[in-house]
Design a protein around this ligand. Structure first.
Ligand code: 4HQ
Length: 241
């Protein structure tokens, strides 16, 4: 999978793209990420990317021309199908597991990371295919949302997540939360590991984990178990996400 990022803070991505599972995916060539400095697409002496909002009010708005040039340039760099262009914004559809998988299947992506009060609306109208939000809170830029998306996408790329923990087993894939985990030491401040996990009875361990996953979901995220989407999922409908 190939991702391109447009930002005025490309330096934010360095350590992230070189570390842990994402770092390994990039190293192995399973994931290709190119980070572009939006300022490279400005044409004035000061390389300015923002301006005052029409209609007045506080804050600054990112001007359209550098974005238009940047998105069109990086989108046309390779022959073949045009990349899918995603704007990170609280106005977008909330990211979830189904959306991550859908985006992972779209092939190349261009991620637009805005700053300030946002980007001139005409950028969205002309060079954005989809708006994505990582949640209902306000950040100062789209860079962290882009990293959230990149990390989630990387886990969908075949070969990135080792066989020790299959992507198919992942929490949410099954529409429920994960079961609790334990490791050594056997006693921590008086709290013991559930005996079944030490029993060596793998069938019993699987039953316990399934029951605990269901219990945790009922207790912490009942919304995952009820409603039309969850019902469709248990029936195995495509619409169930
Ligand atoms: N932003 N999910 C970029 C967000 C956000 C979010 C705020 C995006 C500021 C300029 N993006 N603008 N939440 O809070 O994606």
């Amino acid at each position: 999978m190939r991702l391109q990022v447009l930002t005025i803070f490309p330096e934010l991505f360095g350590p992230f793209l070189g570390t842990s599972l994402v770092g390994k995916a990039v190293e192995k060539g399973l994931l290709e990420v190119r980070v572009h400095d939006l300022r490279a697409y400005t044409e004035d002496r000061h390389r300015s990317v923002d301006d005052e909002p029409y209609g007045g009010g506080g804050g600054m708005v990112m001007a359209a021309p550098p974005w238009m040039r940047a998105v069109r340039t990086v989108s046309a760099e390779r022959s073949g199908p045009a990349p899918w262009r995603v704007l990170l914004t609280p106005q977008g559809r909330r990211l979830d597991d189904a959306k991550v998988r859908q985006l992972a299947g779209r092939g190349d992506l261009v991620l637009l990371c805005g700053r300030y009060e946002g980007i001139d609306e005409r950028v969205r109208l002309s060079v954005v295919d989809e708006e994505i939000s990582i949640g209902d809170y306000v950040l100062s830029g789209g860079e962290l949302p882009a990293m959230v998306l990149i990390e989630a996408l990387s886990r969908q790329v075949p070969g990135v997540v080792g066989q020790s923990r299959s992507v198919e087993e992942d929490s949410f894939r099954a529409g429920r939360l994960d079961h609790p985990h334990y490791t050594r030491p056997p006693v921590v401040e008086g709290m013991e590991v559930p005996a079944v996990l030490l029993s060596g009875d793998h069938a019993a361990i699987e039953r316990w984990r399934a029951a605990e996953a269901l219990r945790a979901t009922r207790e912490k995220r009942p919304d995952l178990l009820d409603g039309p989407r969850a019902e469709a999922k248990w029936r195995g409908d495509a619409s169930g996400g």
